[in-house]
Design a protein around this ligand. Sequence first.
Ligand code: G6P
Ligand code: ZN
Length: 544
Amino acid sequence: MSIQSVSITPWQDQEPGTSGLRKSTRDFMRPGYLEAFLQSVFDEAAPQPGDALLVGGDGRFFCREAAAIVVRMALANGFSRVIVGRDGLMSTPAASHLIRKRGAKGGVILSASHNPGGPDGDFGVKYNTDSGGPAPTTFTAGVFARSKALTAYRILQDEAPDLSVVGETRLGDGVVEVVDPIADYAGLMETVFDFDAIRALVSQPGFRMAFDAMNAVTGPYATEILERRLGAPAGTVLRGEPLPDFGGGHPDPHPDHTPELTARMFGEDPLDFAAASDGDGDRNMIMGPAMVVSPGDSLAILAAHADCVPRYRDGLKGLARSMPTSRAADRVAAALGIEMHETPTGWKFFTNLLDAGRITLCGEESFGTGSDHVREKDGLWAVLFWLNVLAATGKGVGEVVVGHWSRFGRDYYQRHDYEGLEVGPAQDFMKGLREAAAGAEGRQIAGYLVQSAEDFAYSDPVDGSEVKHQGVTVRLSPDARVTYRLSGTGSSGATLRVYLERFEDPAGDLHRDPAEALAAVAEVSRAFAGIEARLGRTEPSVIT
Ligand code: G6P
Ligand code: ZN
C-alpha cells in the first residue's frame, strides 16, 4: 500500500459548529482544506485494525469527489473497511442507522444540511461516533485543537473505486464496500411503524398526500417507502431526484421553500397531508389543510400518540427537547409521568440520553424530531409517524392538532431571526445579555413581568459533562418565554435567533394567529435586549 504524506500549512478556521464544519463550497474545495479537516478527525478518532468507517452524503455539489477523498484517507489512516452509499449518497438518519447496524467505529457525513448547495452554496463535514450520533463536544474540540497545528495529511496514492457500483473492492490494506443506501433504512421503518395500517390509509381514494423531497437526498427513500412499499400513487413524491444544486432551491423544509405544497395546502382544494424534508433528510415539515404543524407541537403530539405505533406501544421512557423548543412536550411528559429533559441546541446532546435509555422521543424547534431508532433526527420517520397516527385515529391533521391543544393547551410559538450580523457585535450583544440576566427579575415590559433570566448551562445527566453559555432565556409572567442565542450553523457572519412562546390554557383562545398572539412577547424580546440600540435592527429578517 502506498501512502502519501502531504505537507500543509495548518488552517486556523476549522472549528466545528452546531453540526460539524460548515463552509462555503469554494472554501472546502481549496487544496488540502477538506483533507486537513478529515486528518484531524481521523487522528482524534484513532481507528484500530478491523475498524469500519461509514461514508454518506446528501448528494450536493462536491459530495462525490469528497467521498472518494474520505475513502482514500480513511484507509491510509488505519480503517480496515469503508462502507459508502452508492454514488456517495446516504441520508443522515440512514447513515446513523447503518453505523449502528454494521458496528462501524464512526461515520463521515458530507452535508451542509438545509443550506443551499452548488459551487456558490455551502458544504459540510460531520463526524458521527459508533453510537450513530454526532460526535460530542469533547471530540469536536479535540478536532479543532489538532487542526490548528496539523502540518500533513495521509492519503492513499491509489484512486478510489467506482462509487456508482454496489460491491466490494480491495484498496490498500483494506476494503471499500459500496452499498445500496436505501434498503436497510426502509427495512428499519417497516419494523417501527404499522405499514399495513398506513398502506390502507394512503390507498383510500379519498386520501390525498404529497411529499416534497426538494431535489435532495430523501427523494429515492420516499419513492421507495411511500410509493413502492406503501402503495401511495406515483407522483406523491415531488422533486424526487437528488440534484447537486438542489435544483437551485433552498433545501430547508419551510413553507417559503416548498412553493407547490404551500400553494396547494393553503389553496382552495388542499390535500389531506403534505410533508417535506431537508438536504440530508433529517428535518421534517408537516402540513395539514391550511396549516403547518409547529415543530414543538409536532413532538408533543407524536409523544401523546405514541401508542399508535408498534415500536412505542409499550410506552415512552422519557422525552427531551432543546432549550429554545416550546414546552408543549413537557406537558405531555407530565401527563404520562415520564422524564423530561431540556438540552442545549444540537442533536448531539440527545445521544447520551438515548443511549442510556432515559428518553425515547426528542425534538427541536428547528424542524427536527427523532427517537431511539437511530441517533439523528429523522425526516421520513416523522412523516411516517404522522401517517401512522392518522391511520390509527382515523382523524385528519387539523383534528389531531386542535384535539391536542384542547387537552393540553397551546404553546403559541415563533422564531425571529436577525441575519447578516457581524460576528464581533453579535457576540458582544450576547455577552451583554448574559450580564444583564442576573439583575433582570422584576422588570415590567409591555404588560409582562420578568420572573427570571438565565444564561443556559447544561450538565449532561449521563456523563456529567458540562457546557455553558447556550443561550439566554427570559421567563415572563403571565406564562411566556423569550430565548436568545446565536446560530451555530451559518458559514459566514452571525445570526441572532430569538424564540418567542406563550402558553394558552385549554379554556383560552386556541385559534389565534401566532403573530398576533405573540405581539406583546415580541415587543418584550426587542425591548429587553435592546436589539435596536445594540444591533441597529428594528425588525427580524425572517420570521418562522
Ligand atoms: C442543526 C442541528 C440541529 C440544530 C440546528 C440548530 O440542524 O442538527 O440539531 O437544532 O442545527 O441550528 P442553529 O443554526 O440554530 O444553530
Ligand atoms: Zn439536515
